[in-house]
Design a protein around this ligand. Structure first.
Ligand SMILES: NC(=O)C1=CN([C@@H]2O[C@H](COP(=O)(O)OP(=O)(O)OC[C@H]3O[C@@H](n4cnc5c(N)ncnc54)[C@H](OP(=O)(O)O)[C@@H]3O)[C@@H](O)[C@H]2O)C=CC1
Ligand SMILES: O=C(O)[C@@H]1CCC=N1
Length: 265
């Protein structure tokens, strides 16, 4: 990956998170990265670091080994039509981040032999803590290894079947927003019981981080850890049961399903 040239076409919120994560990766050369936007001013701070910033999708794509599409889903066909005349299908790989745009959709605008992947990271790429789900077609082992290396440098990645990409979008990419909304609500509760917002936030942030790390490092089910907190007749179980009376778990499951149904498949 370190010798590969990468272009991010449409470097907005997600694209910039990926750029930030890559630039913090040991050994990653900023000079190997090109980023595009129609209005690139908001990316000019990357230029002194060595990143090429341009509004020219063609020049960015022409020389790249990995072409990452960071545009909105409805812009993907237009971008593929724009760059396809300069693509070298035997040498280059397309990686789309776009929600709900299938490999089949993309092949309508690309040579059948081209290596094309979908990847679904989240904005924690910014601090190298993304989960990225990947699927693809026509990539040989070395191409797939390069893509995994790219996304492993900004978190962890797993290869999944394409029919699960929308579910991956909801759980991993939308999921970070669900967790953040949970954190906001918990902070609001903390303020109501006496803390100033900053202190409440500090306590909530570390509590959420501790909960996630505990489950990851110990490899246990969340409910097994909950059992260690809920003292019989204690205050935790009373709070949890009150939350469930108000539909906490049901609201989360229904939210996940609503997001999933919103994605056009
Ligand atoms: N945000 C997230 O957390 C996640 C997003 N995704 C997917 O990633 C994609 C990007 O999402 P997000 O980053 O939020 O969206 P943004 O709108 O922030 O980024 C898209 C960028 O594309 C640029 N753009 C639009 N048209 C063109 C063009 N013709 N040429 C070059 N650049 C162009 C826009 O900039 P300008 O107007 O200056 O051109 C914009 O900055 C979407 O497909 C989304 O489904 C997937 C997972 C998570
Ligand atoms: O909300 C969206 O549509 C995009 C896809 C996942 C995260 N953001």
């Amino acid at each position: 990956m370190k010798d590969l040239k990468i272009a991010i076409i449409g470097c907005g919120n997600l694209g910039l998170s990926i750029v930030n994560g890559l630039l913090d990766t040991t050994g990653f050369k900023a000079q190997s990265l090109s980023v595009t936007k129609r209005h690139p001013e908001s990316l000019f701070h990357l230029e002194p670091l060595g990143v090429t910033v341009t509004s020219d999708n063609i020049s960015a794509s022409k020389d790249a080994d990995l072409i990452v599409l960071g545009v909105k889903p409805y812009n993907v066909p237009h971008i593929l039509k724009e760059i396809s005349p300069v693509l070298s299908p035997d040498k280059q790989t397309i990686i789309s981040l776009a929600t709900g745009v299938t490999l089949e959709d993309m092949y309508k605008h690309l040579p059948a032999e081209m290596a094309v992947f979908r990847a679904m990271p989240n904005i924690a790429a910014d601090i190298q803590e993304s989960i990225t789900c990947i699927c693809g077609k026509n990539g040989d082992a070395s191409v797939e290894a390069s893509i995994k290396e790219l996304f492993n440098s900004i978190g962890i990645s797993i290869v999944i079947e394409e029919h699960l990409m929308e579910a991956a979008t909801v759980l991993g990419a939308c999921g970070i927003a669900y967790v953040l909304r949970f954190m906001r609500a918990m902070t609001q509760g903390g303020i109501q019981i006496g803390f100033d917002a900053h202190t409440a936030n500090t306590i909530v942030n570390q509590t959420v981080k501790g909960a996630a790390e505990l489950i990851i490092k110990k490899g246990i089910h969340p409910e097994a850890a909950i059992d260690k907190v809920t003292t019989p007749k204690g205050c935790t179980i009373v709070g949890l049961n009150e939350m469930e009376h108000h539909g906490f778990s049901a609201a989360m499951v229904k939210g996940v399903l609503a997001s999933y149904e919103k994605i056009e498949k």
